[in-house]
Design a protein around this ligand. Structure first.
Ligand SMILES: [Zn+2]
Ligand SMILES: [Zn+2]
Length: 487
């Protein structure tokens, strides 16, 4: 009421929003959970079901205490003596505290689809003659939209174990009234000096407070489930002759499949889960508030089985599976204490596996078949096209300069360079020039090696002029050929 309702109304949360249960401090205030440990990523339903303090305080930080007090006043609580600096308000910590009647009326506001109705103890006093002596004039006002009130009704079914998330660890299962939708929330003040349960059905709203008139050092009881039990016992009796009823869904509500751990639209990874089952469920949303982003918590990743860290290309023994991750997980490591840390994608990369660089394979003709086409029709160009192939033994190199019709080309050079001590066989340098060109081409085989059977060819089409085919083989050569052909 002081938290979820206002946060819904202010559009800070939806029913699917996820808050992290991890250690946190706000100045000198470090909220503690009632039970040890940290649950990690929890959605609002889960937080409400088990009443988890740290996520609730984080939500209050987001809402602000001032905004919460503003809503509590609209819900009919006397907040005039409250300071607006205590985040423990998230847990019901009020310096002076509301009355039980105020709390019943506040929860009645949620049951009345978001409209506060001032409580009254009479409706009318009529005289013998029928004239009205006193008539009540109840103040009413809207606090939550009808849609947000209904969403909150469904959220507050979680503590009674009848919501969308089951009943495991639910704090108020004893409040449940059979055959009636039952919603409500437990509350415990510091050291269990007072225990609360406030709740409602489609028929009645009520509040129970257990404690001492003058606070002693005694506890009111072991846990607030006692207050829920007392509330349930009274309400079961009150409802015993009433027909079964549920909270009516208003217009303007839609549904979407979302992820339990991100609150965003579900993906196949959420459906497959990270080893704890399907993480997808159908949530209710006020029209226009369905999340637009898809889940970014569930990711597929590879870890190195040797180091347990993110795998690199060097890691041989690798497992690929689905993990959860968090924004800035490498910077804020408060999640390391959470129960779900075991499912986290590691933030560190493997540093144990050393990559073995394989011998590079013998490359064949890395530059084979280069084509320079830089002389469009009709131009006069002076080009130096240089193709250079460096080859090991026994390869065939083809360097090709192709020039289109009507050009004048000068200074094309094809060069084959071979490493020292190789035997080169069958290397081919080819310049091909089409009709009407004037070409001055040089083909050079420059090898300090043993070269056999290399061919340099200049082919000039039509009336072209080709000059300057050169075979330059310095060492032992045989069968090399330099050709200029004109046709
Ligand atoms: Zn997911
Ligand atoms: Zn490794």
């Amino acid at each position: 009421m002081q938290l979820s309702g206002p946060s819904l109304e202010e559009k800070l949360i939806t029913a699917g929003t996820v808050v992290d249960d991890t250690p946190v401090s706000f100045g000198s205030y470090s909220p503690k959970n009632d039970t040890k440990g940290f649950f990690g990523l929890m959605n609002i339903r889960y937080i409400l079901r088990v009443s988890r303090n740290i996520p609730e305080v984080k939500m209050m930080k987001n809402l602000t205490v001032a905004k919460s007090l503003e809503y509590l006043a609209k819900f009919g609580l006397d907040t005039s003596k409250e300071q607006d600096d205590g985040l423990s308000l998230a847990l019901g910590g009020m310096a002076h505290g509301p009355t039980v009647l105020q709390m019943a009326a506040a929860y009645g506001t949620i049951a009345n689809d978001g409209t506060y109705i001032e409580p009254t103890f009479y409706t009318k006093v009529v005289a013998q003659d029928g004239s009205t002596i006193i008539e009540t004039n109840q103040e009413t006002r809207r606090v939550l939209s009808e849609q947000n009130a209904w969403i909150l009704q469904t959220l507050l079914k979680e503590p009674t174990g009848t919501g969308l998330t089951g009943s495991s660890g639910a704090t108020a299962t004893r409040a449940r009234v059979s055959n009636q939708d039952t919603a409500g929330k437990t509350g415990t003040t510091n050291e269990s000096k007072a225990l609360w349960f406030c709740g409602f059905t489609p028929y009645y709203s009520g509040a129970v407070w257990l404690g001492y008139d003058i606070e002693t050092d005694g506890k009111a009881g072991r846990s607030s489930s006692l207050a829920a039990q007392l509330w349930g016992n009274v309400m079961k009796d009150v409802h015993k002759d009433l027909p079964s009823a549920s909270f009516d869904k208003p217009d303007g509500i839609t549904t979407a499949s979302i992820c339990k751990e991100s609150g965003k639209l579900a993906t196949d990874l959420c459906r497959e889960g990270h080893g704890t089952g399907n993480m997808v469920y159908t949530e209710y949303f006020v029209n226009g508030t369905v999340p637009k982003d898809t889940c970014d918590v569930h990711v597929k990743g590879k870890i190195c089985n040797k180091s347990g860290k993110l795998a690199t290309d060097a890691c041989q023994d690798v497992t690929e599976k689905i993990f959860i991750t968090r924004e800035d997980a490498d910077k804020d490591k408060s999640w390391e204490k959470a129960n779900d840390a075991q499912y986290m994608l590691p933030v560190e990369t493997c540093d144990q596996c050393v990559s073995v660089t394989p011998e590079p394979p013998e490359e064949e003709n890395p530059n084979g078949g280069n084509t320079n086409t830089e002389n469009p029709n009709g131009n006069t160009n002076t080009n130096t096209n240089t193709n250079t192939n460096t080859n090991s033994s026994g390869n065939t190199n083809t360097n090709t300069n192709t020039n289109s019709s009507g050009n004048t080309n000068t200074g094309n050079t094809n060069t084959n360079t071979s490493g020292t001590g190789n035997t080169n066989t069958g290397n081919t340098n080819t310049n091909t020039n089409n009709n009407g060109n004037t070409n001055t081409n040089t083909n050079t085989n420059s090898n300090g090696n043993t070269n056999t059977g290399n061919t340099n060819t200049n082919t000039n089409g039509g009336s072209g002029t080709g000059t300057g085919s050169t075979n330059k083989n310095d060492d032992t050569t045989s069968g090399n050929k330099g050709e200029s052909t004109e046709s």
